[in-house]
Every structure is written in C-alpha cells, then in structure tokens.
Design a protein around this ligand. Structure first.
Ligand SMILES: [Zn+2]
Ligand SMILES: [Zn+2]
Length: 119
C-alpha cells in the first residue's frame, strides 16, 4: 500500500476531509496546472497547495438559493451526492494540512494521509 497512486501521469490521493480522491497532474508534459511531487509514495510532498472547489464554490457558478446542486433532490428525497465545497490543503511528508477555508470537518487540522488502492 502507498499514499499515492499514479496513472498516466496523474497522481491520486485519498482525501480524508472530502472522503474521496483528488487528482493532481504531476507530469509537466500534460500542461498546467502541474504540481511538484517528491516521488515518495509513502511520504509524499506536493507543491504548491491543492485547492479543490465544487458546485457553487466554483467561480462563476450560480450562488444559493440558485445553486442547482444545493437545491437538488432526487425521486427518493436524497440530496446531490457531491456537496458543494472547498478543500484547500498542503501535502507534506505524508501528512495533509487543511487550511481554514475548507468547508469540510477537517478545516484547520493536519492529519496523516490515508493509503490509496493502486489506480
Ligand atoms: Zn479534499
Ligand atoms: Zn451549492
């Protein structure tokens, strides 16, 4: 097991804040944005910081109460499976440091990255 998975020049990490994977381009040939990766599968370090915005946090998207994702309810009454949010982090030495602008429960905390299954 390792804390990163690499497939076709894209590096994946398991984000414990979002409870899903984030993908990072680490191959300069694939264009920008491109992160620097220290190549260590057990103690990965990436730079610069990782900023993931979804739903109405994406610049230019309609804001609540006009956000489609926030208003969405399916036939069973369940909400949109990907809640709108911000995840902003630094990954260093195998740990992920979440900045205060994250909208998830780990904002402001630093935790160990989880292992990820090979992509
Ligand atoms: Zn995340
Ligand atoms: Zn929304």
């Amino acid at each position: 097991m390792a804390k990163v998975a690499i497939k076709n020049g894209v590096t994946y990490i398991n984000c414990p804040g979002c409870e899903e994977t984030h993908s990072l381009n680490t191959d300069p040939k694939s264009g920008k944005p491109c992160w620097k990766f220290n190549g260590d599968m057990e103690r990965p370090t990436f730079s610069p910081s990782i900023l993931v915005r979804t739903g109405h946090y994406v610049p230019g998207q309609p804001q609540p109460p006009n956000c489609k994702a926030c208003n969405y309810v399916d036939d069973d009454g369940d909400p949109w499976p990907f809640p709108c949010g911000v995840c902003h982090s630094f990954v260093k030495d195998g740990k992920i440091q979440f900045l205060n602008d994250c909208t998830h429960k780990l904002a402001g905390k630093t935790v160990e990255l989880e292992n990820i299954d090979a992509a």
